[in-house]
Design a protein around this ligand. Sequence first.
Ligand code: EPS
Length: 397
Amino acid sequence: MIRYFTAGESHGPALSTIVEGLPAGIGLKEEEINRQLSRRQQGYGRGGRMKIETDRAEVLSGIRFGRTIGSPVALVIRNRDWENWTMTMSQFEDHTDNVSKITIPRPGHADLTGFVKYGFEDIREVIDRSSARETAARVAAGTLARALLRQLGIQIGSYVSSIGSAGEPINADKLREILSGGAESLADEADRSEVRMLDRDAERSAIEAIDQVKTDGDTLGGIVEVFITGVPLGFGSYVQHDRKLDAALAAAIMSIQAIKGVEVGTAFENARRPGSQVHDELFAGGAEGLTRLTNRAGGIEGSMSNGQPIHLRFAMKPISSLVTPLRSFNLATLEPVQSRFERSDACAVPAAGVVAEAVVAPVIANALLEKIGGDHMAEIHQRLEAYREELLRRFRS
Ligand code: EPS
């Protein structure tokens, strides 16, 4: 099973990750990791920090001649901004007297609870690890599982359906057409837009809305749709809570900073309709064995993949660092004060989609390994093809 951890503070020397449990033989180009890192840095509404950083991963282990060798892959992404923070974030020299302490928490942020929970005297120690900069390491880690999946015809993509009140999910027929080329076609199309939207009117409205919040010193959240295509029927299981695919995918997405809701398929809309208008009817045969005319279940029934594209939708709250302050209090004096501003983004919804693509990759890869096993890519490929052929044979009319 693939496991990974990240380490690193936003303004420390670097972010790093160790990815364990990758099969041998996954072909990977360094440019692909860096391409994903660069995608994560884009998006209209990003703040000043993204002008400083150009994220690139250094591979320290686990890859030889462009292929994984089954051993842990360690990656490092240097923070260029570190040179501006060597005193504030100094590891061993004590600069307590030279660095002013932050004691005013931002509503909506980890500031207040992290400060109390860890017994800090300076909110800086919360800010630097709770920062969404950490997602750079997760994107780098996810690229490896993603490469494994891509080599097996499983693709992941996302687009932004709304930012603030601008935009809505695109028409199901148009979506089906784009997804027929695999979920990466969707991601490629979304990447052509600065807000990763597919509808030009919605894009224009979203950019205007971001401009408006920048002027107002405010921030905006949004909704992102994630698709995974090429997943055969039968990944995950209904038999035990910790083997449920929908639960694992939702947990992965919910672990991204500022994500507050995850939906599988059109779950909330489904809850408003009778079952006869919700459940996707079944037809044997067709190019992929089984045919469905709708996918309201989002490709998951009984917590298992059902062979349809997996569809997840998630909500990101507006970033909690606001230029225009909200009411807060000083943790040192308990006096009421206006919350302080920490440099940040006005909107990071487009980046969240790229991060979500990365964090679901190890979940799907693990479901695959649980289903068919295998220690190297040739073995996994052969087993998956045999499984796909068996499914086709079973449902061929
Ligand atoms: C973040 C605050 C900002 C963002 C950061 C997330 O960083 P800084 O305080 O250095 O301006 O730019 O995001 C990234 C650095 C990134 O790479 O995504 C926060 O507080 O969460």
